[in-house]
Ligand binder design. Sequence first.
Ligand SMILES: *Cc1c(COP(=O)(O)O)cnc(C)c1O
Length: 362
Amino acid sequence: MSKVANPSQWVRDDILALSAYPVPSSLGFIKLDAMENPYTWPESLKQNWLQKLGSVDVNRYPDPQAEGVKQRLREAMGIDERFEILLGNGSDEIIQLIALALAKPGATILAPEPSFVMYKMIATFAQMTYRGFALNPDFSLDREAFLNEIDATQPAVVFLAQPNNPTGTIYQEQDLKAILDRAPGLVVIDEAYMAFSDCDSLPLLEQYPNLVVMRTVSKMGLAGLRLGFLVGDKQWLAEFEKIRLPYNINVLTQASAEFALEHYDVLQEQAQTICEERQQLRESLLQIEGLEVFQSHANFLLVRTPESKARDLFEGLKAQKVLIKCLDGAHPLLKDCLRVTVGTPQENQAFMQAFTKALASL
Ligand SMILES: *Cc1c(COP(=O)(O)O)cnc(C)c1O
């Protein structure tokens, strides 16, 4: 019999200490937990898409540069030829590439908190130092204090989600510029939710070679494709490109993304509808006494419940087959907070009904 190796003897201690990112099962639920676009495509569009997929050669490796996708991205979003594009299997993978490339011993990732949890998780995976800087209680940024934090920590990279998840807030342009002026290393502006806001940091690229702008098609209706992208100066992107696995964007994703971007207007219209529904949903929630509903520039709303009620409300919704995100405990500033993704009008109504019922039975 061969000797059985014990993983705990060989796996890095910091990885042994982690637990896997929990993704709850959502089968049979109204799914308002993950900022997905609830809308599908018109039937005719679907047919054309399937036709295109039918001509894809799955026996061949994908185009390693995915030039077709990049070209469609440039056209849809007006990305100038002077800037490079790097594609990732979701922007999660791009965060990982950036961290891997910058993970010199002792190198630091700095990000305001609460923000996207992947920045911290991936810092850990890459054995980087992670530094979270607390936002104000209203989730605005204390600019001077943050600049001091930059001076003190000398971060290899600063991550700013614009709009921010899970708060839905945005940073002021003068804050972004002050950070870009002060940061000694790279600054990543993560525009995952740009479709639901007026945010567009691409113009800042002209002025700031230490900026890269990260986007994704996930929140605008293509979460299943896994396609994120980074736009910026060749000097940075060429380094990240070296560690990108050659075929990280598969043929079906490439074909589907090209097709979807040729119909970018459909995605934008859906985003517009979601923004209108966000307003409706916010107004409905504001009718309920004792709730704080934060203004949001994204496709979700952050809600502060009466003290110590968030978990019970989350469970009460779950019992009624509505899945949202409970953020109580995720960060001190998120005490008593829930996050709900904006769904279709029917889903939002079902959520409101279930929420009212859950509140009444507390
Ligand atoms: C959802 C999200 C992402 C991840 O996007 P993928 O492209 O699906 O990996 C990145 N940043 C923020 C702030 C997000 O909320």
